[in-house]
Design a protein around this ligand. Structure first.
Ligand code: EPU
Length: 424
């Protein structure tokens, strides 16, 4: 295992290019199972999670090759429909293959993901949705065994709360179903829009992109196509917050400012200098602004609200403010694992239920320590805190970071950070 070492207290200056979105790449890679032929996906990040879904795709009989950030996936020989616990346990998003396997082969047996560091995370919405389309689902020996004897039939599916991957799974199942499916109270995240674009490129008939009601008119067949993965809005947000926390001046390129409405507002409210143009966002934080950083409250919400995947990072920034803020996590029940680690760096945070009250200690409030990464986004909040802290921070269990941040060390070093990996 490796650990990450950071000598904090240096400003971040320069330019950093964001990669393609992990949470778009995963459903789009799963969607290649829907049609035979060679699919081309561009801007695909090379991450632990994308490698996991590629391992699953290979296990199912498909072949792929990577050329730079472009992946060619040939799913002509999709023959298997079972995904083992060994792969699912490392990544919950493995359940995204259920929809396409059911649509193309009529059967899917996928290990049930367990709980994870950020909450219980059941998949009942996925299962209920498949059942509405005429699929029989049984849970046995830790596996979801889903089958249909006949074509899937279009139906109306109403989600209790908007779920990103359940919306994606239903989209992928319904595109080849007989008749029309309407998804109500669907999630509206940009990654879902990216999946809808890919399915449309393949010949699907879908209406309602970007809204909470999506109508899918089933078609009889789809063909392989070429689609670009959208920029990673969470990676973009992480670098913006890192510069705001450590101070400096940077430009984030290859990003989509329109996908971060809530974060950009909150950063400006806190006193961070932000300006954006198509494909780029500039962030500035001079010493005067750092001293005056305001505490601003956030409440995580489904898109376009403030994203839960940027909650931990914003909390790290708020520990350096000169005020108090309340952070409410409404999406996952256990997403404050970073609090105890941030406290080790000197942060003053109290939690009660799903709220955290952060009392800012000013720009010099944190000092380096040994901390442990607990999940992907919690880890990136520790990186941000470490960049702003005086002295050296050692972050262990960084495999979490590698699930979602491509070339993190190189990208941060490019901005002038002193950061490197060592064996534990
Ligand atoms: N939920 C249920 N039943 C379900 C599905 C979801 O109760 O069948 C609940 C969840 O427990 C949660 C809420 O619904 O309380 C919303 O969860 P959602 O299903 O939207 O989350 P997800 O699809 O499992 C995706 C991202 C997460 C991100 C969330 C929320 C992918 C692969 N993962 O997860 O990303 O936090 O949406 O935006 O797209 C990450 O990248 O670090 C990450 C965790």
């Amino acid at each position: 295992m490796e650990k990450l070492l950071i000598e904090g207290g240096r400003e971040l200056v320069g330019e950093v290019r964001v990669s393609g979105a992990k949470n778009a790449a995963l459903p789009l890679l799963a969607a290649t199972l829907l049609a035979p032929g060679t699919h081309e996906l561009t801007n695909v990040p090379d991450l632990r999670d994308t490698r996991t879904i590629l391992a699953i795709i290979s296990e199912l009989g498909c072949v792929w090759r990577r050329q730079g950030s472009t992946l060619y996936i040939d799913s002509t020989d999709l023959v298997f429909s079972e995904v083992s616990y060994d792969l699912v346990k490392t990544m919950r998003a493995s359940v995204l293959v259920l929809g396409p396997l059911l649509a193309r082969l009529g059967r899917a047996k996928v290990s049930l993901p367990g709980g994870c560091a950020i909450g219980e995370r059941p998949i009942n919405f996925h299962i209920r949705g498949f059942e509405r389309l005429g699929v029989r689902c049984t849970l046995e020996n830790g596996y979801v065994d889903a089958r249909r004897d006949d074509d899937m039939r279009g139906s109306t599916i109403h989600f209790d709360i908007p779920s990103v991957t359940a919306t994606e799974n239903m989209l992928m199942a319904a595109v080849l179903a007989r008749g029309t499916t309407v998804l109500k109270n669907a999630a509206r995240e940009p990654e879902i829009g990216n999946l809808i674009d890919m399915l449309a490129n393949m010949g699907a008939d879908i209406e309602g992109k970007g809204t909470d009601q999506i109508t899918i008119r089933g078609v009889s067949n789809l063909t392989a196509a070429r689609t670009a993965i959208i920029p990673d809005r969470i990676e973009t947000g992480t670098y913006l917050i890192a510069v705001a926390a450590a101070g400096g001046q940077a430009t984030i390129t290859g990003c989509e400012p329109a996908h971060l409405p809530a974060l950009l507002d909150k950063l400006m409210e806190a006193g961070v200098e932000i300006s954006s143009a198509p494909g780029t966002i500039s962030v500035g934080m001079d010493p005067g602004r750092r001293r005056r950083l305001r505490g601003v409250d956030i409440k995580t919400m489904v898109y376009p609200g403030y994203p839960t995947d940027l909650q931990a990072q914003f909390m790290a920034l708020m520990t350096l403010s000169s005020g108090i803020c309340v952070i409410k996590e409404t999406i996952f029940e256990n997403r404050f694992m970073h609090v105890a680690e941030l406290r080790r760096l000197g942060a003053q945070i109290q939690t009660e239920g799903n709220s955290a009250v952060v009392t800012g200690r000013g720009p010099q409030g944190l000092s380096g320590a040994r901390v442990m990464a607990t999940d992907l986004r919690a880890s990136s909040s520790l990186v941000i805190a470490a960049l702003a802290a005086s002295g050296r921070t050692e972050i262990s269990r960084i495999y979490h970071l590698e699930r979602g941040y491509e070339n993190l060390v190189d990208k941060l070093s490019g901005l002038g950070a002193r950061v490197w990996k060592e064996k534990e």
